[in-house]
Design a binder for this molecule. Structure first.
Ligand code: OFO
Length: 182
C-alpha cells in the first residue's frame, strides 16, 4: 500500500518518463531530417527505454493498490540545433529526471515506505547509466568538432545500438521482460 502523496508523486514520475520518451522521439525525427540515421536509431531506442521506465512505475502503482493516472504529456520542442547541442539537451533533461528520482527517494524515506524505496533503487542506478551514456556521446561530439567525417563515424556507431526492451506490456512487466530476453 502506498500513501496518496506517494501515489501522486509516482504518477508525476510516470508522466516525466513519458515526456522523456516523447522528447527522444522528437529528437529521433529531427536527426532523421538531418540525414543522421544512427542518431535517429539511438534516440528511438531511448524512446523505448523511457516507455519501459514509465510502465514499470505505472504497474508498481497498481500493484500497490494505487490508481495509475494517464496525465497529459507536454509537447516537446521540434528543433534541437547541432548534434552536440541536442545531446547537451539530452543530458540536461536526464539531470532533471535524476533530481526527480532523488526527490521520490527522499519522500519514500520520509514516509518510511520501504517497498517504494527498494523499487526506486533500480531508477537510481539507471540514472547513473543514462547520464554516463550522454556524457560519453557529448565528449565524442566535442572531440569531433566540425569534422564531417568524425560526425559520420559517431553516426555509424550510434546506428549499432540495439534494444531488447519489451514493447508489449499487456501481460505485465515481468513477463514482457522475460519474453524480450531481458
Ligand atoms: Fe527514464 O531515464 Fe531517461 O528520462
Amino acid at each position: 500500500m502506498i500513501s496518496k502523496k506517494m501515489e501522486k508523486a509516482l504518477n508525476g514520475q510516470v508522466n516525466k518518463e513519458m515526456y522523456s520518451a516523447y522528447l527522444y522521439m522528437a529528437m529521433s525525427s529531427y536527426s532523421d531530417g538531418m540525414g543522421l540515421k544512427g542518431f535517429a536509431n539511438w534516440l528511438m531506442a531511448q524512446y523505448h527505454e523511457e516507455m519501459l521506465h514509465a510502465m514499470k512505475i505505472y504497474e508498481y502503482i497498481t500493484r500497490q493498490g494505487g490508481r495509475a493516472r494517464v496525465l497529459a504529456i507536454k509537447e516537446p520542442p521540434a528543433d534541437f540545433g547541432t548534434p552536440l547541442n541536442m545531446f547537451k539537451k539530452v543530458l540536461e533533461h536526464e539531470k532533471f529526471v535524476t533530481r526527480s528520482i532523488n526527490d521520490l527517494v527522499d519522500l519514500a524515506l520520509a514516509e518510511k515506505d520501504h517497498a517504494t524505496h527498494i523499487f526506486l533503487q533500480w531508477y537510481v542506478t539507471e540514472q547513473v547509466e543514462e547520464e554516463e551514456n550522454d556524457n560519453d556521446i557529448i565528449a565524442r561530439l566535442e572531440m569531433v568538432g566540425n569534422s564531417k567525417d568524425g560526425l559520420f563515424m559517431v553516426d555509424k556507431d550510434l546506428a549499432a545500438r540495439q534494444t531488447t526492451v519489451p514493447t508489449d506490456f499487456s501481460k505485465g512487466i515481468e513477463s514482457a521482460m522475460k519474453a524480450a530476453g531481458e
